[in-house]
Structures are given as structure tokens and as C-alpha cells.
Design a protein around this ligand. Structure first.
Ligand code: AHM
Ligand code: MG
Length: 352
């Protein structure tokens, strides 16, 4: 007989007042994906399979992240990636795990990773796999060594009939993603996912069972937020309009709301908070570097897809992120993303 009082959502049973009680088993990610598929008569189930492989990669990466200090997977790998940035050991591992999981689905022809200069063409025969996947295997990896949340970001595109894997076939506007999401390796591992018409759903991993359960159904971003998120140490490099904008968020009641500052420095942690609580995340362009830091295809575009699906918005200072067409795989972009009112206000002030 148990003596303590606790309730586990997602498990079949719980203990309350020393007695076992039955709890409804939560919706697993697998069941959710299959239900979505059932709502599309004629669907071949390919995207469902692909998404279960994304969840597989997420579980495998979560496992490695959680044990990194025990298994020697902290610190640098000794190489630089295509951005000229030092790769952490876990960057390399996560990249390979994600790539392997996508290959195992047998549905992806091309993978573009932050960690690889060139696209990885998975299928020998173009057209065998029907999807292209852009991903950042472990964003914010400089935070791993201090046990701060990191994440995997992905955006999925279905091939068009005449696509052949040329650069112009790969560089499509983010609005054409059929699914996008991220996996957050934090206190819990959470997979947040949007498909074309499903809204935004959040699933939390129960590691002992190896399954994600729907814990955040139909996520909606608050219309206006109480925080702004930006690395203010970059201020000396900002154009005047950007400085004025950030000052306004700091010192005025923009949209009738007083804000506080929140900045983790790990995009998924900052975005996840913005999605749940509202607010705005900014990584502005700088004088001499108008393109900012973040990457369009595997950071900004998937998060913009999620933000819009949750009722929020995202632009680069002038243009809607989901309308941007990159000219190169690893293109960077300035990013303003979050609550609709906050992001529209940023647009108005930057272009006023
Ligand atoms: P990374 O892809 O090399 O990990 O860099 C992206 C990270 C984001 O997670 C975060 O939002 C940003 O860099 C923070 O940059 P900064 O340290 O300039 O504030
Ligand atoms: Mg990154």
C-alpha cells in the first residue's frame, strides 16, 4: 500500500490518499498522429511515419542530453561548422542521430542541417523520398555545459511534382512547410508540433515509458505579452530604429502593457516561454550585419510557422518570415516573433 499522495497524468494509475485510483491515459503522440491521418481520407500515412521518426530522434537526443555530463558529451568537438562556429560534441551526435532517424523513415530525399555545409541527399533516386527536412539538431548548444535548455528545430516540406533537389527546389518560402516544430530538452522534454491544419500541440516525454503524451493541446499564443526578449548587450551595434523600439518595450506601455525583460540566450527556451506566456523575442539586424544571427530555414521559418499557427506573428523587420525566399541554404535573418500585438507594434515602429 502506498502512503503518499500524488497524481500522474499520462500513466494508467495514480495514488491518491494512499489508494490507487485510475487515471485516464493521456493521448500519446503516436495516437494523435494516427488520428490526424484518419481525418484525411486518401492520406498515405507518410507524414505520420515521418513524424514518428522525428519523435524517435527526439527521444534519442533527449537521452544523450540528459546524460551528457556522465558520458563525456560536454564540451567542444574540436571542429567548426559551416557557420564558422565551434561545434559542441553533442552538436555532432545530435546531427547524426537526427539524420539517421530521418533516413530510417525512408521518406526523406534531402536533409539540410545547420551542422552540414551541403544538403545530405538521402535517397539515391530523387523522388523516392517525398520530403525535404531542414533542421538545427541542437540549437543553443553553448548552453549544454551549464545544463540550460537546448532544442532541436525542424521544418518539413513535401516535394512538388517537378522538384529535383536543385537549390531552387529546396529554398521555398516557409509558408509551404507541411509540418514544423521543435523539441525542447529542459526540465521536461517537450515536442511542440504544427502541421498544415492541426494547430499547435505540445507533447511531454515520459522517459520511463518512452512515449510523448499530449500535455499542451491547441496552444494559442496570448495576443499581447508581458515580456520582451533580446540580447541587450548588442545595443551598440543596432540601428537607431531598433534602439528606439527596444527602449519603448523597456520603458513604455506598448499596447497598454508594461513589460519585463526575459532572455535565456537559447532560442527554444525563449520561444517556448513566448508561446506559452506571450511577449516578443527579437534578434535584430545590426549595422554592417543587417541579416542578424539566426538562420532562416531551420530556425526562423519553423518557429514562424508555429507562431502563426498559434495566432502569433513573425517578421524580419519588414517582411513576414513565412514569405521570405532564401537565396542560400544557411541564410541568416533578423527575427521579431511572438504575440500578434507586440510583433505588429515592432513592425509599425521599425517602419514608421
Ligand atoms: P546556435 O545555432 O549556434 O546555437 O546559435 C543560436 C543561438 C540561439 O539559441 C539564441 O537565441 C542565440 O544564439 C543567442 O545569441 P546571443 O548569444 O548572441 O544572444
Ligand atoms: Mg542554431
Amino acid at each position: 500500500m502506498h502512503t503518499h499522495d500524488s497524481t500522474f497524468v499520462g500513466l494508467g494509475a495514480a495514488v491518491r490518499g494512499g489508494r490507487e485510483v485510475t487515471v485516464k491515459v493521456g493521448t500519446s503522440l503516436t495516437a494523435w498522429v494516427l488520428r490526424q491521418q484518419a481525418q484525411h481520407p486518401g492520406a498515405r500515412g507518410e507524414l505520420s511515419i515521418l513524424l514518428t521518426h522525428v519523435a524517435l530522434a527526439a527521444r534519442m537526443i533527449a537521452h544523450r542530453v540528459s546524460q551528457a555530463p556522465l558520458t563525456g558529451l560536454v564540451g567542444m568537438a574540436g571542429d567548426t561548422n559551416v557557420q564558422g562556429e565551434e561545434q559542441a560534441k553533442l552538436d555532432v551526435v545530435a546531427d547524426q542521430v537526427f539524420l539517421d532517424a530521418m533516413m530510417a523513415s525512408d521518406l526523406v530525399s534531402t536533409l539540410v542541417s545547420e551542422e552540414r555545409e551541403e544538403p545530405a541527399h538521402v535517397s539515391e533516386h530523387w523522388g523516392r523520398g517525398h520530403y525535404t527536412v531542414f533542421y538545427d539538431p541542437l540549437d543553443g548548444s553553448s548552453n549544454i555545459d551549464v545544463n540550460v535548455t537546448v532544442g532541436t528545430i525542424f521544418g518539413i516540406y513535401r516535394h512538388r511534382p517537378n522538384d529535383r533537389g536543385r537549390l531552387t527546389d529546396l529554398l521555398r518560402p516557409g509558408r509551404e512547410q507541411v509540418a514544423a516544430g521543435y523539441v525542447m530538452y529542459g526540465a521536461s522534454t517537450i515536442l511542440v508540433l504544427a502541421t498544415e491544419d492541426s494547430g499547435v500541440q505540445g507533447f511531454t516525454l515520459l522517459p520511463e515509458v518512452g512515449e510523448f503524451f499530449l500535455t499542451h493541446p491547441d496552444m494559442r499564443m496570448p495576443e499581447v505579452g508581458k515580456s520582451y526578449s533580446v540580447n541587450e548587450s548588442r545595443q551598440p551595434s543596432w540601428p537607431d530604429a531598433t534602439r528606439a523600439l527596444v527602449s519603448a518595450f523597456r520603458e513604455e506601455d506598448v499596447g497598454g502593457v508594461r513589460r519585463t525583460a526575459r532572455y535565456v540566450g537559447s532560442l527554444i527556451a525563449d520561444f517556448h516561454r513566448t508561446l506559452l506566456k506571450g511577449g516578443i523575442f527579437m534578434y535584430p539586424g545590426e549595422v554592417g550585419k543587417p541579416e542578424g544571427k539566426l538562420r532562416l530555414m531551420y530556425e526562423a521559418a519553423p518557429l514562424a510557422f508555429l507562431a502563426e499557427a498559434a495566432g502569433g506573428a513573425a517578421h524580419d523587420g519588414t517582411t513576414r518570415i513565412l514569405d521570405r525566399v532564401a537565396t542560400k541554404l544557411h541564410e541568416r535573418t533578423a527575427l521579431y516573433i511572438g504575440s500578434r500585438v507586440d510583433v505588429e507594434e515592432a513592425h509599425r515602429r521599425l517602419n514608421g
